[in-house]
Design a protein around this ligand. Structure first.
Ligand code: ADP
Ligand code: MG
Ligand code: MG
Length: 882
């Protein structure tokens, strides 16, 4: 079995389609070698070897070891250096690389192979003592951190102290002697603190480093990252062992990161940052302010620095050629890592670059107009869920705002909340229901959970390609980075700007599109829809087969949804209308009525309100279908809670408080979810549904008379047996016809049912006899199929997801095997009985891409989701159809 794959200009065994085996990084390194780019040669140890290692009680098997040794020999031949040699040492980087890119999740060790002897050889060979010792001290730091699991803040503090003693600001200002001294001290600290001496044998260093990368797959932050991004824990990571090139040999050397297009806006302009005389992650770690690679990449904090274009024109020209080649080859925006050693350019990584949703759309639309992608390909490029970022509010430009500082506009969108200085605090405060802005010196992969919990991220250090910026863009969270005016004191828990002090709990607003940091909470306004977005959505509509409707109960929500492209309402919940302040009293009177007469009197008070609601919604939807669900929740939900409310009700009904309390107790149910609700109310209190139907019919007539088209659909909830629907449908039709006769006007309408109980789905064929449509209420259908209450599942369902007893939370994504089976059955049987009927879904799942794909597969006519998810559903429906 082949466990190790070589990559080099001369011989390459992998390619870009082997990501499963070689990881994304390894597959792309191989591909770039085949493209004849200058990639330092090396080899990839496969993800299978990682899984084997885990299975083997964390031992690298002999076959793998033998193949690694053989590969080392090949790389020695290609480079003319020798691993473990003191005079002409071959040094390696050991890099992790999973199937899906997990930026910053796993650590890299550079300069591996150095020890007290070979560092001298390296110095002599390169005639550069400073460089050799700089490489060695970096190696010790990284190796101690990643492989020995040593807390390197001690080492970092030592280095800071030395810099202070020397009166210098940057690492680059330390001399060879300083660095040599650091190496000695580092090794001493490590020995004292850990009881282990730093390994000197290069081969031992390598085996331990490979094992550490394998182990890093299981480290908590990698696990957390996979949970957030839905990456299976079973994939494993590959290890890339690659010969080193050096960006830290002097002023002819550099290292950097670039994007083939602007990752914030998508603009087709080359963008990037670099540092002279630096190595590895110096650029993203925010140690020094990175320099712009070209004029386009300049911003407030780096505009006075020399660009790469100016500093090293030849290497820049080469890089330009490379980026064009790579983007053309991958047909997508690339995120490229490079290093320049003595003016010579090397490419160390390429991958499809993370981008904001806005950039994603612009890039997709541009690539189509550049003739690189087809519309279908472009539609598949954008993750539907990411559209979320675009549809959310931004700062109201008219609001007064007190800007206190300005940083880099690292990830667009507006966020406001209270300050939290640590990931843990952000998390805790968010759990308490607070909105939080995470304020950090800079973020690291440990901060992922806190970033997820925050409305936005603000950092004092780091550039546009810093950890905070990249991760925030991926999450669609606003981020302002590199805001150097912030003075953060973690120990004191304060943030000082311009002499003014803020502490945890004080409010801040950030605008990740402009970099502004603003005191207090600034109001926001809705997102503006760009021309590219409109184009992209129009393409989605060209390809999708599913209709997209919205769940909306008010004219305002309906308007938002229609603006986002909703083709009707799939679920209008009438009970929300019952809760309105000025009508709840009438609703309570209705519930407490002892006689039919009294109940009718109370209902007559509600009627005009309902009619007005429906007129509003029909008008907002002008001509599009509106599915209205008759009253669904158990009546006790409308009961008065406070004494004040009870008193008010008692007075208006002429009852005493005791009777009120007593009636309330009578309405109590042990299990309201399965109790007296839905059509069961309609069966026992037919006058309630009659009033609602009357309001619908009258509103339809009013709107029609105003010249509008109205398409009402009356939906009966929670049907389990055929008879319920027979009775309630006849009743509804009788009421509608009565109104039409009275008004002398007829309007087209439909009557159908929600399918939300397993029995209804199973009996779909029979129930369809009386229905003009089915709408799957998958929230209840999931609860009742699993026998699982949504309100209680939080205590154990996460554990089920963790243990993969269920692939995902079934309330988030449809359980296709179980619930989906019932849906499919109901559709098939329903269509057999009644070929003209239509099918939709109105549960929360109607806006979730995987569930939408499923709905497409089983042949539903439409999905319905909340207004802000309508564009997501349009795209997901198109992707399902392509
Ligand atoms: P990550 O997955 O976090 O991006 P990488 O494996 O890409 O980690 O390594 C981080 C950085 O280390 C790279 O961007 C590059 O600057 C540096 N690096 C990795 N391999 C080499 C190498 N062979 N020579 C020089 N620098 C390297
Ligand atoms: Mg890293
Ligand atoms: Mg990298």
């Amino acid at each position: 079995k082949q466990w190790v794959y070589l990559f080099s200009a001369e011989k390459t065994e992998g390619n870009k389609d082997m990501k499963d085996l070689l990881g994304g990084k390894g597959a792309n390194l191989a591909e770039m070698c085949s493209l004849k780019l200058a990639v330092p040669p090396g080899f990839t140890v496969t993800t299978e070897a990682c899984l084997d290692y885990e299975k083997n009680e964390k031992a690298i098997n002999q076959d793998v070891k033998a193949q690694v040794l053989k590969a080392i020999a090949e790389v020695e031949k290609l480079t003319g250096k020798k691993f473990g040699d003191n005079a002409n040492p071959l040094l390696f980087s050991v890099r992790s690389g999973a199937r899906a890119s997990m930026p910053g999740m796993m650590d890299t060790v550079l300069n591996l192979g150095l020890n007290d002897q070979s560092v001298l050889g390296l110095a002599k060979l390169t005639n550069n003592e400073r460089f050799a010792w700089d490489s060695y001290r970096r190696f010790i730091q990284m190796y101690a951190n990643v492989v020995m699991d040593f807390n390197i803040s001690l080492l970092e503090a030592t280095m800071e102290d030395l810099k202070e003693a020397r009166g210098v600001h940057d690492d680059t200002q330390l001399s060879a002697g300083d660095l040599k001294e650091l190496v000695t001290v580092f090794k001493k600290i490590i020995l004292e603190e850990s009881g282990e001496s730093f390994p000197t044998d290069p081969m031992e260093q390598l085996w331990l480093a490979i094992a550490a990368v394998f182990n890093s797959w299981g480290n908590p932050r990698a696990v957390k990252y996979r949970e957030i991004y839905d990456i299976p824990h079973t994939w494993g990571t590959a290890v890339n062992v690659q010969s080193m090139v050096f960006g830290n040999m002097g002023d002819d050397c550099a290292t950097g990161v670039c994007f083939t297009r602007d990752p914030s806006t998508g603009e087709a302009k080359f963008f990037g940052e670099y540092l002279i005389n630096a190595q590895g992650e110096d650029v993203v770690a925010g140690i020094r302010t990175p320099q712009p690679i070209n004029n386009f990449s300049k911003n407030d904090s780096n505009k006075n620095f020399k660009t790469l274009e100016e500093a090293m024109p030849k290497a820049f020209a080469e890089l330009t050629e490379v980026y064009k080649k790579l983007e053309g080859h991958y047909k997508d925006m690339q995120d490229i890592e490079f290093t320049i050693e003595n003016k010579k350019l090397y490419i160390l990584q390429t991958r499809n670059g993370k981008r904001t949703a806005a950039a994603g759309i612009k890039i997709a639309v541009d690539l189509v107009s550049e003739g690189i992608l087809t519309k279908q390909e472009a539609l598949l490029r954008v993750n539907a869920e990411d559209l979320n970022q675009l549809l959310h509010p931004r700062l109201d430009p008219k609001a007064t705002k007190k800007m206190i500082a300005k940083g880099l506009p690292a990830s667009p969108g507006a966020g406001a909340g209270i300050i939290a200085f640590s990931s843990e605090r952000a998390h805790t405060l968010a759990e308490e229901g607070k909105k939080v802005i995470l304020v950090r010196q800079e973020t690291s992969p440990e901060d992922i959970a806190g970033m997820v919990a925050s409305q936005g991220i603000l950092t004092a250090r780091g550039g546009m390609t810093s950890h905070a910026a990249v991760v925030a863009r991926g999450m669609g969270k606003p981020c302002v980075a590199g805001c150097s005016a912030l003075m953060i004191d973690y120990a004191a828990g304060t943030l000082t700007v311009d002499g003014k002090r803020y502490k945890e709990g004080d409010s801040l607003t950030i605008d990740g599109g402009t970099g502004e940091v603003i005191e207090g909470i600034v109001p926001t306004i809705d997102a503006a829809i760009t021309a590219d977005f409109a184009t992209f959505m129009q393409w989605s509509d060209e390809f999708r087969k599913l209709g997209v409707r919205t769940n909306a109960d008010t004219p305002e929500d309906s308007k938002v949804a229609v603006k986002f492209g909703a083709e009707g309402i799939g679920l209008c919940r009438t009970e929300h209308m019952f809760f309105e302040k000025d009508r709840i009293l009438a609703v309570r009177e209705m519930i407490f009525a002892n006689t039919l007469e009294d109940r009718k009197k109370a209902l007559a008070k509600i009627l005009p309100f309902q009619r007005e609601d429906f007129v509003g919604i029909f008008s907002a939807l002008n001509g599009l279908p509106v599915n209205i669900r008759l009253l669904d929740p158990p009546l006790h939900e409308f009961l008065p809670h406070t004494n004040e409310e009870k008193k008010e009700l008692a007075d208006s009904l002429g009852l005493d408080m005791k009777t009120i309390e007593h009636r309330g107790e009578q309405l109590h149910e042990f299990n309201p979810m399965l109790g007296h609700r839905g059509c069961r109310l309609g069966i026992t209190f037919p006058e309630i549904y009659r009033m609602q139907v009357q309001a619908i019919a009258e509103a339809a007539v009013i709107c029609t008379e105003k010249g509008m088209t109205v398409l009402p659909e009356i939906m009966i909830p929670l049907v389990a047996v055929e008879g319920e629907l027979t009775i309630l449908k006849e009743d509804a039709i009788a009421e509608v016809e009565r109104v039409f006769k009275e008004k002398g006007k007829k309007v087209k309408y439909k009557v159908g049912t929600m399918i939300e109980l397993p029995r209804a789905a199973i009996m779909g064929g029979q129930i369809a006899k009386h229905a003009e449509f089915f709408s799957f209420g998958t929230n209840d259908l999931t609860q009742t199929t699993f026998g699982l209450s949504r309100d209680d599942a939080g205590k154990f369902l996460p554990e089920y997801v963790n243990k993969t007893l269920v692939p995902t939370d079934p309330f988030v994504s449809i359980d296709q095997d179980g619930v989906g089976f019932l849906m499919k059955h109901a559709v098939t049987e329903g269509r057999k009985t009644n070929p003209d009927m239509h099918f939709g879904i109105c549960g929360e799942h109607g806006g979730e891409p995987k569930s939408i794909e499923f709905c497409h597969k089983i042949g539903l006519d439409y999905v319905s989701c909340s207004p802000y998810r309508v564009p997501i559903a349009r795209l997901a429906a198109a992707q399902a159809a392509i």
